[in-house]
Design a protein around this ligand. Structure first.
Ligand code: LLP
Length: 421
């Protein structure tokens, strides 16, 4: 459920008509709903009620400071994957002991930043990385809390580019090697082992791969405890999928996910951490764009929008489906017709949808891409010198621009000319 609904024939974000925002900020832009962000965070928090837990929002999904602050004020921890994300979490007011640091290639500099500012734990991805964390901790005279990310070799049954839990993927250490790796960790004086980490992929629409992975983690917990390791915390990653095509998708709900976690791991008495990104932000955001031209081609019509692949790359990169809806509600029974919906960038890949049925649209009409709140703005670029599009946050009847559109001068002046030119 989200808070983007038609009211009196016009699409609203909470209580604000989207056309008003378009007038104020110009198109294209991203818009987020505070109520939806908070609702999704709370669904996870409530799903784990009764167990000691922390929901660490995976900010890679959408990392605007205003979004982070909204979630942090509700009590969320954060999952970060770079020094930059760590600093974003701190800037949004998240205390170090609610920040977990994931990612396959943490540099000594990033590790130093986190150890200096305070960190709940590093999710270690390899033995060489473990040694660097140990060395930096010793140099700073602190102890670094760690978990080791294990790769359980399960098929997440999701898009190949976002599956992470198979043995051929670059993530984590093979679960079979965990006993040796934990013994190694225990021998390093700058580290304190606090638990186990696992993350098998993103946009999972079935609980079974999670159940399989978490059962393996349960077994490993008992095995490592028997070997004397103090396993008190399990970080279960993110990955729960969202419905992109509303008409025919119903992925498991957070409450079902939470029940499965309690079932597979509840007996161990561990503190549970989860790192959801997409489910919190995905359906809390839209990208709004304007039709520039309607072009008749050979046997097909193109809707040419002012938004493009550089603004929302998921269709070009993952063949992802996004619902695209007109901002003015079509009259009931109006005849739909198929369009290829494209952006103006000079690549054939700049195609959002092919032969998508839409009500008749004209130049100047606004359309909204649903489910664009996660991995939308954060993956945007300025390809074709198209400015990064603004982000807007709505809260009830208020809205605020939370990131401005840069001017062309700002973009051009970021470059510097060598003195010989
Ligand atoms: N934790 C770790 C260690 C991760 O690598 C990820 C996502 C998450 C948590 C959050 O997963 P989520 O709950 O959002 O599924 N750009 C792609 C998705 C990449 C996901 C990368 N890792 C897309 O647009 O579909």
């Amino acid at each position: 459920m989200d808070h983007f609904l038609y009211r009196d024939g016009a699409l609203h974000a909470e209580d604000v008509p989207i056309a008003h925002i378009a007038e104020a900020v110009g198109t294209p832009f991203y818009i987020y709903s505070t109520a939806t962000l908070l609702r999704h965070y709370r669904l996870f928090d409530e799903a784990l009620a009764g167990t000691d837990h922390l929901v660490c929002y995976a900010m890679k999904a959408a990392s605007n400071q205003a979004i982070l602050k909204t979630l942090a004020q509700a009590g969320a921890g954060m999952d970060v994957v770079s020094g930059g994300e760590y600093l974003r979490a701190k800037a949004a007011g998240v205390p170090g002991d609610k920040i977990v640091f994931s990612g396959v290639g943490k540099t000594a500099e990033e590790i130093r930043t986190a150890l200096t500012g305070g960190i709940r734990q590093f999710n270690v991805e390899s033995e060489p990385e473990m040694e660097v964390i140990n060395a930096v901790a010793l140099e700073l005279g602190v102890i670094a809390p760690i978990t080791v990310r294990v790769n359980p070799d399960v098929d997440a049954k999701t898009h190949a580019k976002i599956a992470t839990g198979k043995s051929e993927n670059k993530f984590g250490i093979p679960i079979a090697r965990a006993p040796q790796v934990y013994a190694h960790a225990a021998s390093l004086p700058g580290l304190k082992v606090v638990g186990i980490d696992v993350h098998i992929g993103s946009q999972l629409t079935d609980l079974e791969p999670f159940r399989l992975a978490y059962s393996k983690v349960a077994e490993l917990t008992e095995q490592l405890r028997a070997q004397g390791h103090d396993i008190r915390r399990l970080d279960l990653g993110g990955g729960l999928g969202i419905p992109y095509a509303r008409s025919n998708e119903a992925p498991p709900l957070p409450v079902e996910y939470g029940a499965m976690i309690k079932e597979t791991l509840g007996h161990l008495g561990c503190e549970i951490e989860i790192e959801p990104g997409r489910l919190i932000a995905g359906n809390a955001g839209l990208m709004v764009s304007k039709v520039i031209y309607v072009k008749s081609g050979e046997g097909r019509d193109f809707l040419i929008l002012d938004g493009a692949m550089n603004d929302l790359i998921r269709p070009a990169m993952y063949d992802a489906y996004h619902d695209i809806v007109p901002v003015i509600e079509p009259a009931p029974g109006v005849e739909q017709r198929p369009y290829d919906i494209v952006g103006p960038v000079c690549e054939t890949g700049d195609t959002f949808a092919k032969q998508r049925n839409m009500p008749p649209l004209r130049p100047g009409d606004l359309v909204a891409f649903r489910s664009a709140g996660a991995y939308g703005a954060v993956m945007a670029s300025e390809y074709n010198t198209r400015p990064l599009i603004p982000e807007v946050l709505v809260n009830g009847d208020q809205f605020a621009v939370i990131r401005e559109r840069p001017t062309f001068d700002e973009i051009i002046n970021r470059d510097t000319i060598p003195e010989w030119l």
